[in-house]
Design a protein around this ligand. Structure first.
Ligand code: ATP
Ligand code: MN
Length: 455
């Protein structure tokens, strides 16, 4: 909001947050979304006709002209002493769903069309905007090429999760092929074969890394996983850098630098919003962010992580032994209680990781890395990719994946292949981390989850 020096003539517009009438004067808080603090309007009684004043209620859109003056009240340095007040869009108080009493986050979710006007969501979406900008800034400053991975895809190349199918066939009465046991005839579908919404842009990013060296994607991804958790959305955004001529060491370095950069950026540019989150939602937020931005990440192989967990003497909900995937409780124990800072776990068992991760010489583990952060667990997953054609072919067989579906992926190894690495960061997971918000539905403008796709 306007923060002009006292004495300046100014016109402001925005939506009324609250209004307080005392004798001879009206105090009206307005906000146009540009910053956390509201602008306080001071309007002398009698300046505005009664009719207009009656419409100046919470939620109404107004335009105010007057002069900035030093504010004697607490909470703001300057305020706008109004000469004129115009109600541009009234908001009848009897029916406006967000009258000034505080609403809980669940209730606000039902009002996706009004929640951006609340203090909490004003702060959330300003941080989201800043974080998106910082992501591009980080990569652009380092010469990474921004690649737009396709959203529609016909290859379930990664097998990262359940996919949403996209079709123009009549779902009530799809064409069937008798010679194929009556199965649906996808040659009649839009793309002449089954198509889906993408679950990851990684494999496409690999194509571009093998031409532009350092690239990143930043776009929407979709997973039809029926997991109703506070950490999963059906539609979310992912950032996937991919680097040619780069091994797992360089990959870890980039991930660490990237996370610290993003945290420092929002701490510098969204201070009032973060202070609000710290005060209202997560009292350790600022301390945690400062700690992460300033600490060196711990690094250790999976095998060693499992030894620590086995020796912990803890009762785990999910028992842990070599070969099993780390669960959230294990990840948080490592990062919050053992290391008290972010941890990069590397070299996971091949059996629990994707086919494209580079095999280690031990024949049991792959060059995978997960970045675990205090308060959240896994935030980044990545790996060095398998660049050796013969090994990759062998791995496709082990994972029972048909070679012919990966012809182009294999070509990248046949012609000009090089060691390359990359990782994926879920944008909303990062948003949860920097805001301290506990439910992923509250850090994306319009959450899509099982049973919900409103607005
Ligand atoms: P999780 O175990 O939490 O389901 P994942 O192992 O399926 O994650 P990846 O396939 O490695 O995740 O995806 C890369 C990143 O995308 C994850 O580290 C996470 O930050 C984010 N992510 C994955 N699934 C979701 C989802 N359903 N909603 C929001 N973010 C997600
Ligand atoms: Mn998942």
């Amino acid at each position: 909001m306007l923060a002009l020096p006292p004495g300046t003539k100014a016109t402001a517009h925005g939506w009324i947050k609250t209004r307080r009438d005392s004798k001879g004067v009206h105090f009206i808080q307005i906000n146009d979304g540009s910053s956390f603090p509201d602008l306080q309007i001071v309007l002398e009684a009698g300046k505005t006709v009664e009719e207009t004043l009656a419409k100046a209620t919470t939620g109404a859109a107004v335009r105010v002209s007057g002069e900035m003056v030093e504010s004697p009240g607490k909470g703001q340095a300057v305020e706008l002493r109004a000469e004129t007040l115009e109600v541009i869009g009234a908001s009848p108080p009897e029916t406006y769903p967000l009258q000034k009493k505080r609403h809980n986050l669940e209730t606000l979710r039902e009002f996706g069309h009004f929640r951006p006007r609340s203090n909490t969501f004003g702060a959330v979406f300003r941080v989201r905007n800043a974080l998106a900008y910082a992501i591009h800034k980080f990569f652009q400053e380092r010469g990474f090429l921004y690649v737009h991975a396709p959203i529609l895809t016909t290859s379930d190349a990664e097998g990262a999760g359940a996919m949403f199918q996209v079709t123009t066939l009549d779902v009530a009465n799809p064409p069937r092929s008798p010679e194929n046991g009556g199965r649906i005839d996808y040659t009649k579908d839009f793309f002449s074969k089954p198509a889906y919404l993408t679950v990851s842009g990684q494999l496409e990013a690999e194509i571009f890394a093998l031409a532009f060296t350092n690239v990143y994607t930043f776009g929407p991804t979709f997973r039809a996983e029926n997991s109703n958790t506070p950490r999963h959305l059906a539609e979310f955004w992912m950032i996937e850098p991919e680097m040619a001529f780069c091994d797992l060491e360089g990959n870890q370095q980039l991930a660490e630098e990237f996370l610290k950069y993003l945290i420092s950026y929002v701490m510098e540019h969204c201070r009032p919003d973060l202070e609000f989150f710290n005060q209202r939602y997560e009292p350790s937020l600022l301390a945690t962010l400062e700690n992460v931005a300033g600490s060196e990440f711990a690094r250790l192989p999976y095998t060693q992580a499992v030894e620590i967990l086995e020796k912990s003497g803890r009762q785990w909900e999910f028992p842990v032994s070599w070969g099993s995937d780390l669960q959230s409780e294990h990840e948080r124990y490592l990062t919050e209680e053992i290391f008290k800072r972010p941890v990069i776990v590397t070299d996971y068992p091949a059996r629990i990781k994707a086919f494209y991760m580079r095999s280690n010489d031990d024949g049991k583990t792959v060059r995978a890395m997960d970045v675990l952060a205090p308060g959240i667990g896994e935030i980044i997953g990545g790996s060095q990719r398998e660049e050796r054609l013969d090994v990759l072919l062998e791995k496709l067989r082990e994972h029972r994946l048909p070679e012919e579906n990966y012809w182009w992926y294999l070509d990248l190894r046949r012609f000009g292949g090089v060691p390359h690495s990359g990782f994926g960061l879920g944008f909303e997971r990062m948003m949860m981390y920097v805001t301290g918000m506990k439910n992923i539905r509250d850090v994306i403008p319009f959450p899509r989850t099982p049973g919900h796709a409103e607005f």
